[in-house]
Design a protein around this ligand. Structure first.
Ligand code: IPD
Ligand code: CA
Ligand code: CA
Ligand code: CA
Length: 265
């Protein structure tokens, strides 16, 4: 079942990635702003989500759908597709070749605190990379199995994070990073949460944390990281959600989590 769902997610994410890459090549501009003047959406975000929504409705008419741009729609099957059509919209706008089409399918209410993710795919069309994972079946990059890095000590860890779109929140988040930076190898802010999680899964990062994510930002990437052997959760072993998400080798997380608390993350 999960394997079939993954194949649907993968095929649709690749098609959506081709559309996004075409739109990028034609030139992109801001269509509207959302929660703040820096929280932007382009026509390509909307168009890509519409394409994904219609392809999923065709393949799985009884499933629900939750997308960043168009919102949610229930279904009768108990499964919901959780979609970020372009994760890393600001990178996309500037032509930074690091953005993701993120598609996951989850069982239960579309709430990360309780859902069970069955399959997830994140495609970065600009890099020709496709990350996939199915529950219990491991994680892959372009078809090859991936694993998290072996545990390193906190002082040797390359840690990624992200910032919210509201000034007040991001100043708090940056203050926590200021407090952490002297205790780790370095910090990255690459601008695409789904790929941050996939990068933990394939060893390009040791760990990743962020506050205030939406379900579509992490649904697929969290499954990729977890299936690659990472701990993925919130504070104190609670499930990852809007409050907090933390991912990395379980032994590193034992050192990183208290350091984040001390940093005020
Ligand atoms: C954003 C990106 C970014 C993260 C933000 C997200 P969007 O998603 O994933 O890396 O730091 O919290 O909102 O708006 O580009 O889809
Ligand atoms: Ca996103
Ligand atoms: Ca997005
Ligand atoms: Ca957005």
């Amino acid at each position: 079942m999960s394997a079939e769902l993954l194949e649907i997610a993968r095929a649709i994410a690749i098609q959506a990635g081709e559309l996004a890459a075409r739109r990028r090549a034609e030139g992109v501009s801001v269509a509207a702003t959302k929660s703040s003047s820096v929280d932007i959406v382009t026509e390509a975000d909307r168009e890509t989500e519409n394409l994904i929504r219609s392809l999923i409705a065709e393949a799985r008419p009884d499933d629900g759908f939750l997308g960043e741009e168009g919102g949610g729609e229930g279904g009768g099957s108990g499964l919901t597709w959780v979609v970020d059509p372009i994760d890393g919209t600001v990178n996309f706008l500037y032509g930074i070749p690091h953005y993701g089409i993120s598609i996951a399918v989850v069982e239960g209410d579309p709430d990360p605190l309780t859902w069970r993710a069955l399959a997830g795919c994140v495609v970065n069309p600009a890099a020709g990379e496709t990350f996939t994972a199915a529950a219990g079946a491991g994680a892959r990059l372009n078809g090859r199995q991936i694993r998290v890095n072996d545990a390193v000590s906190l002082s040797q860890a390359l840690v990624a994070t992200g910032f919210s779109y509201t000034a007040e929140r991001r100043v708090e988040q940056a203050t926590a990073v200021t407090n952490l930076i002297g205790r780790v190898r370095d910090v990255r802010r690459m601008g695409t949460a789904s790929l941050d999680l996939c990068f933990v899964g394939c060893g390009r990062l040791d760990a990743y944390f962020e506050r205030n994510l939406n379900p579509w930002d992490h649904a697929a990437g969290a499954l990729v990281a977890a299936e690659a052997g990472a701990f993925v959760g919130g504070w104190n072993g609670s499930p990852a959600g809007r409050e907090f998400i933390l991912a990395g080798h379980p032994e590193l997380i034992r050192e990183l989590e208290p350091a984040l608390v001390e940093s005020g993350a």
